[in-house]
Design a protein around this ligand. Structure first.
Ligand code: ZN
Ligand code: ZN
Length: 470
């Protein structure tokens, strides 16, 4: 009985192989050997860290649409050129401009004391003094009856869970994006949340929020986690009044740019493998882990490929995307601009999850290209990277294009401590381990080089697909 299924399986396999053979994507041995050398060279290089240090030191924080954002664009253009990229250009991206000027909060009355908070991106300005009503989670606030919070400040005390893959941010970011609208529906005059973060420092975490159409926005802010603890303890003693004063808001339209650099391919230069990160950052820190690292490590990976004697067949395109933080404006603009060239985009991967080591790799490419994906995984394996089909998705800025059908890959970073620093004053260069960043550069260089050397494609074509969320 054992023999029959084996024979059956073998003959099916043979038939399948015969059918699939003309389209099966594969990577030549010579390219695998070159990528193995590239991996070791990149591991020993400090280039990714140097580029990240340059951006975060010379430009510092770069809120989308700010003067510093414009300087970051100039920095990226000059850096691509200095790194020897063959072609460098800018693509315009427009979006509404949001400004932060100041924010203060304090408990008033018997237990008067200051509170550490930060306005959420998109919040209007305003000063509110009112009683605080605490909700354990988003569902509890969403269940509050209309009108039940008139003249009150709604406070969601959801505690975000720490996880290597950042799973806790799913709910953490929902509390930030949906909480304000739920507060307004219940009649609240302002919105407070425990920061979407996993640290215990007095550093509140900012991030974009949005208000549902038809609602009048109210001042919305995040408390540092120890301040959320403090407020909760005070509430246990009795009613608490808080005064919060936010000066921030929308101010016209801004123009920024996606900055693109290319290392020209040897024999199929019109086809590209795309890697990148986002150039903008939030303003309290210097945007080192989010996402100076992503820009630095992908720029370095491309530059190291450019220095090789044996260039890959296809072009390596590195994109420093504009304004990811406030709504993927750069990623959406890129997809709109290049949609007719979707088939020329062989495979894409974005780095936007800090600077921790990469531990897993996969690609959403179709079955006929999975042999090549496996070959890439084999060269990544000595870096401590596992091939994990079925886990992970495209990074944020490439997701609008992946939704149209661009083939993508995911190089997942260890984000265990990412949300200790994310969107806070603590997002600074010292949080990056140069050796971990070099491992990232090695992984992206190997990935891009091999994808650009493959015989056959990875399935990019105009189609409506829903890629998994990273
Ligand atoms: Zn980011
Ligand atoms: Zn971010």
């Amino acid at each position: 009985m054992r023999v029959v299924p084996w024979v059956l399986a073998t003959s099916l396999l043979a038939a399948g192989t015969l059918q699939a053979a003309p389209r099966a994507t594969a990577i030549p041995d010579k390219a695998v050997a070159a990528a193995t050398q590239l991996r070791e060279h990149a591991l020993a290089s400090n280039l990714g860290y140097e580029i990240t240090a340059s951006l975060t030191t010379e430009v510092g924080p770069r809120l989308a649409g700010s003067e510093a954002d414009a300087r970051a664009v100039k920095w990226a253009e000059a850096k691509f050129k200095a790194l020897g990229y063959d072609k460098v250009w800018l693509e315009e991206v427009r979006f509404p401009k949001w400004e932060r000027r100041s924010e203060h909060a304090s408990v008033v009355g018997t237990n008067a004391q200051p509170l550490a908070l930060i306005a959420l991106g998109g919040s209007p300005a305003g000063t509110v003094e009112a009683e605080v009503v605490r909700f354990a989670d988003l569902a509890a606030l969403e269940a509050a009856p209309a009108g039940s919070l008139v003249g009150k400040i709604a406070f969601i005390d959801h505690r975000m869970e720490r996880a290597r893959d950042g799973a806790g941010y799913g709910m953490g970011s929902k509390v930030r994006s949906r909480g304000p609208s739920a507060a307004i529906r219940a009649g609240a005059a302002a919105y407070l949340m425990r920061s979407a973060g996993t640290d215990s420092h007095r550093n509140p975490h900012t991030g974009i929020t949005r208000f549902d159409a038809g609602l009048t926005p109210v001042p919305s802010a995040a408390l540092a986690t120890p301040d959320a603890d403090q407020l909760t303890r005070l509430l246990a003693l009795g009613p608490v009044r808080v005064r919060m004063a936010l000066d921030c808001g929308w101010n016209g339209e801004a123009v920024s740019h996606n900055v693109v650099g290319e290392i020209r391919g040897k024999s199929k230069p019109q086809e590209v493998v795309l890697i990148g990160g986002h150039l903008d950052s939030w303003d309290p820190g210097t945007g080192a882990i989010d996402d100076g690292a992503g820009v630095g490590l992908t720029m370095a990976a491309g530059a190291l490929i450019g220095q090789m004697r044996q260039r890959p067949a296809r072009t390596i395109r590195v994109v420093a995307f504009a304004n990811e933080e406030q709504g993927l404006y750069g990623g959406k603009a890129y997809a709109a601009t290049h949609v007719n060239d979707i088939r020329k985009h062989q495979l894409a991967a974005e780095s936007d999850f800090g600077a921790g080591r990469i531990y897993a790799f996969r690609s959403g490419a179709p079955e006929y290209a999975q042999g090549a994906v496996k070959q890439i995984a084999e060269v990544l394996a000595p870096l401590g990277i596992a091939h994990t089909p079925g886990e992970g998705g495209p990074g944020p800025d490439i997701s609008p294009f992946a939704e149209r059908g661009m083939a993508w890959a995911s190089l997942r970073q260890d984000g265990t401590d990412y949300f200790d620093y994310h969107h806070t004053p603590d997002d600074t260069l010292d949080k990056i381990d140069p050796r971990a960043l070099a491992q990232n550069v090695a992984a992206y260089a190997v990935f891009a080089y091999l994808a650009a050397s493959a015989d056959g494609d990875f399935g990019s074509d105009l189609k409506a697909v829903k890629p998994p969320q990273e």
